[in-house]
Design a protein. Structure first.
Length: 298
């Protein structure tokens, strides 16, 4: 008798097959941040997931932040991290630290991908003119070198994908005077996903997904059409940090991304579980005409 463990493995592979076929040669943007960046084991699991996506025929692009690491280095430099409305106040000195830290994090991720046998190239939003921006104000307040994206020039990403590289992007762009700007990584991931007509955009976060009741973890919603997401925001069911994330998701879908996923990066292999299984694990947000195909088996 064949061991049940092996039969279960075969079932998992069979379940993944239609998703592998559906997304073959399609671009998937993964926004990587939160606790999964700080824990070495979680970091390796996330990168393994993205490498597997690449090896089964997807075209992944990673966009990453590094907020906690930036704050650590700002502290090491004897400076104090300041935030207004959740946005980092970024003067000239802080901007230097931001760029250095994000470049360091970026090359660590490149090295990790390459150690798993896939070619990767790390770039910033300045490379190839990828992310052009203007100064972002926070409720009318000047918060320094924080950028709002005005234009995405995706040619450098297409060139890398065509040559079979996995692009890893950190969100520093420039304005019309070629000054450097720190850009919110969620915003950068959305803008890039839109510009390359990504089939999927996945946010790895420190939350399980969207709850119907923000205080009740058992009310996790597996799939939402855009109008349902807007209704949850309007009725006040969605709290705090989830609101800008949902707005980003809605905007990305309005601009052509097919599906947006909000996932808990603290769960090992959450990316694979969401993309390759009927049940999924986080929240998928889809266009009004999008088919709710992950949960047909329930």
């Amino acid at each position: 008798m064949v061991n049940k463990k092996y039969l279960d493995k075969a079932e998992v592979l069979i379940e993944a097959l239609p998703y592998i076929q559906r997304f073959n040669r399609k671009i998937v943007v993964v926004k990587y941040g939160g606790s999964a960046m700080l824990d070495e084991e979680l970091k390796r699991n996330v990168i393994k997931d993205v490498v597997l996506l690449k090896l089964v025929g997807f075209k992944p692009i990673i966009v990453h932040g590094g907020g906690k690491e930036i704050s650590r280095w700002v502290g090491k430099a004897g400076m104090e991290a300041r935030f207004i409305n959740g946005l980092r106040v970024t003067d000239k000195d802080t901007m230097e630290i931001v760029e250095m830290v994000l470049a360091k994090v970026n090359k660590e991720l490149v090295t990790l991908v390459q150690s798993l046998g896939v070619k990767a190239v790390g770039i910033s939003g300045k490379d190839g003119g990828l992310l052009q921006c203007r100064k972002k104000l926070s409720d009318g307040q000047d918060i320094g070198y924080v950028g709002d994206i005005t234009r995405v020039e995706p040619k450098v990403l297409y060139d890398l994908l065509e040559k079979d590289f996995l692009p890893i992007v950190f969100p520093v762009g420039y304005d019309e005077n070629f000054d450097s700007y720190n850009i919110n990584a969620d915003d950068a991931a959305c803008a890039i996903a839109e510009a390359v007509n990504a089939e999927k955009l996945a946010f790895l976060t420190d939350i399980e997904g969207v709850y119907r009741d923000k205080d009740d973890p058992s009310s996790l919603i597996s799939e939402l059409h855009v109008t349902e997401a807007e209704e949850l925001i309007r009725q006040g069911y969605v709290g705090g940090g989830m609101i800008p994330k949902l707005h980003n998701c809605i905007e990305a879908i309005a601009r052509g991304v097919n599906r947006v996923h909000i996932l808990d990066g603290r769960i090992p292999h959450s990316l694979l579980l969401e993309i390759f299984t009927n049940k999924g694990i986080g929240t998928a947000i889809l266009r009004e005409d999008g088919e709710k195909y992950y949960h047909g088996g329930e």
